[in-house]
Design a protein around this ligand. Structure first.
Ligand code: IPD
Ligand code: CA
Length: 319
């Protein structure tokens, strides 16, 4: 039993606070992007494609300071604090889980898909998520049991998914699939991912073994925004091996509240339960809400497509 108890009213109040905080962080991200684009000043973490800038650190400091002032009893996991050695154990207590800039490579290049991803974990499951892309002024948010919403520019919030009831998704060949290269570019990883992408995109009639010839593959460069796009219904599926809890925490609850099904790796149970093992498991899959048809319930279609997907792609351990 957690020492801090969270009611629905408290979750809503935390959402209001974190939405305002994400917007404030967004201003710093925009300011930083303009400066970094001219200077190109980025440091490398584990290799030359795993990048961090002074703004990743500055945004995390801003968010961490504000959250610890307002919620002193809550714990905090952040990408940059983790990289600097702060690795708190996940308990039942409320724990913020933050990626200050998800899509750092995009942030540096000026490709307008970077965001702050601010999640809250309670009883070891994501219960609140805010994802704000300041470049497009799009804010995605959700709390457990409250639905997921998109606020764009000054328009009123729209409940997700945008199409409700959503169109059916009979097979992978009709899907638009989010994929990412991530930051591990070892030979094993590029071969396994490359082979998987080939099967998803390739035409079996021309000899692509296990080819699904999906409608297409997309790479946004931000795990959080991939989740948001699946919640919205713009992407049908997003799969990645190599993600961390801060990449996906906010996205998971936004997706679940939008009727998506979230799974871990190939052997994880298909129960849409993003517990501690799945959060830290670094293998993640999400599929959008699918409407019921006369012959199949939407949730059964989601599970069928997850199985078909995992029979198609390669499995491997992230580094
Ligand atoms: C990365 C992005 C990228 C994904 C990587 C993440 P970062 O986060 O979300 O799309 O492929 O797995 O680590 O480095 O931009 O915060
Ligand atoms: Ca980041």
């Amino acid at each position: 039993m957690a020492n801090v108890q969270l009611t629905q009213t408290e979750l809503q109040a935390i959402l209001n606070y974190t939405v305002a905080l994400a917007r404030e962080a967004g201003l710093l991200i925009l300011e930083g992007s303009a400066k970094i684009r001219s200077s190109g000043a980025a440091d490398v973490k584990k290799n030359s494609v795993d990048l961090v800038t002074e703004y990743d650190v500055a945004v995390e400091r801003l968010v961490k300071d504000r959250l610890s002032e307002k919620y002193p009893d809550f714990k905090f996991i952040g990408e940059e604090s983790f990289a600097a050695g702060s690795r708190p154990e996940l308990t039942d207590e409320p724990t913020f889980c933050v990626d200050p800039i998800d899509g750092t490579t995009n942030f540096i290049h000026g490709f307008p898909y970077a965001c702050i991803s601010l999640g809250l974990i309670y009883l070891k499951r994501p219960v609140l998520g805010v994802i704000y892309n300041p470049f497009l002024n799009q804010l995605y948010s959700a709390i457990l049991g409250g639905g997921a919403y998109l606020e764009q520019a000054s328009l009123p919030a729209i409940r997700l998914p945008l199409a409700n009831p959503p169109r059916p998704l009979p097979s992978l060949s009709q899907a638009l699939i989010g994929i990412e290269w991530g930051s591990d570019r070892s030979l094993e990883m590029v071969e396994k991912k490359g082979e998987s992408f080939k099967r998803l995109a390739g035409d079996p009639a021309t000899g692509v073994v296990k080819g699904k010839m999906a409608h297409s593959l997309r790479s946004l460069g931000s795990a959080a925004l991939n989740y948001a796009l699946v919640a919205q219904g713009g992407l049908d599926i997003y799969w990645e091996i190599g993600t961390w809890p801060w990449d996906i925490c906010a996205g998971v609850i936004i997706a679940q509240e939008a009727g998506c099904f979230v799974a871990g790796g190939r052997d994880a149970p298909l129960d849409n339960d993003v517990n501690e093992r799945v959060l830290w498991g670094r293998k993640h899959f999400v599929i959008r809400k699918i409407g019921d048809t006369e012959t199949e319930k939407g949730v059964d279609a989601q599970k069928r497509l997850i199985k078909e997907f995992y029979e198609t792609v390669e499995d491997f351990e992230p580094k």
